[in-house]
Design a binder for this molecule. Sequence first.
Ligand SMILES: O=C([O-])CC(=O)C(=O)O
Ligand SMILES: [Mg+2]
Length: 387
Amino acid sequence: MKILEIREKTVPIASPIRNAYIDFSKMTLSLVAVITDQTRDGKPIVGYGFNSNGRYGQGQLMRERFLPRIMEAQADSLLDTRGVLDPHKVWDTMFRNEKPGGHGERSVAIGTIDMAVWDAVAKIENKPLFQLLADRYGDGTVNRKVFVYAAGGYYYPGKDDEQLKAEMRSYLDRGYAVVKMKIGGASLAEDQRRIESVLSILGPGQRLCVDANGRFDVDTAIAYAKALSQYDLFWYEEAGDPLDYELQAILRSYYRNPMATGENLFSMQDARNLIRYGGMRPDRDWLQFDCALAYGLVEYLRTLAMLRQHGWSPARCIPHGGHQMSLNIAAGLGLGGNESYPDLFQPFGGFPDGVKVENSYVTMPDLPGIGFEGKSDLIAQMRALSA
Ligand SMILES: O=C([O-])CC(=O)C(=O)O
Ligand SMILES: [Mg+2]
């Protein structure tokens, strides 16, 4: 088999929301289609991928480096022993003549193409990606029920506590038991008022996460840690700069409840530094590495192996990004769950049509590949690229 063509397009996912670090007024992503010479029911098998929110479209890097390397490679050099496209070989081909380190420069572009390759491979095998992953890298058993939480609670022009509560209530009404809001874009006193207003609407078994998006210096991170300790939060996320492992390690002396970070670490090596030097606690903290920003699933498999070597369970991973790729990895490889943005970044976030959230869990349906064909608004945009 061979890849006939790879197309990419930059697509807007702009909205007026703001976290503690950026607004999303000009946010974009790259959508990719890997068109193969394989067919099913007379139609070409096409794999699709896109990158998560937060890092913008990647078209130029793809056009100048990664797509030509794939298309110039001998078609056979990209195949496994079964004659099917091998994501690891495609990855090695993309990475040819790339130096180590400085991962963010290219990890999003490679991760986006990698997603489309896995989608194509699972479709060629006519299996859901979660089943393919369990068969190839696990013992074949899948856990179709995946924990999901609702991320939102952004700062928004004119948004008051009543609107914040209404937003969170609507997530609870849609079946979520864990919700997330932004902090660090206002004073501590104002954020505490916002947090307490959300806590006031949570019922038994319902929990809140807060996310500072890397905004705080060490003193502010500690001040928040002390103030947040009085609430029974699900987690305190990305307090300081994502690469400041010392800050993260210091925080454990001030915050006993769970913390979460990792969405802005874009390689196994960066993730390993967090595990080595960040003081993260495998019995309670959460890791949010997102394959769609971090060189894809080929690299995520290396990260999971690194975690195992350091005594961490994959169940401590709840990736950032809210895409179906991580849902498949969760169901196939035993992650602790996945993020979800019920009202943001559509049509890229979310679940196949008809999938319901119940007590903060979804059940994965049987769709070949990642499952994009089950989400009508998303697959319409994807097919427009590959048609
Ligand atoms: O606001 C963002 O950049 C997204 C984010 O941190 C998250 O989903 O955890
Ligand atoms: Mg975050």
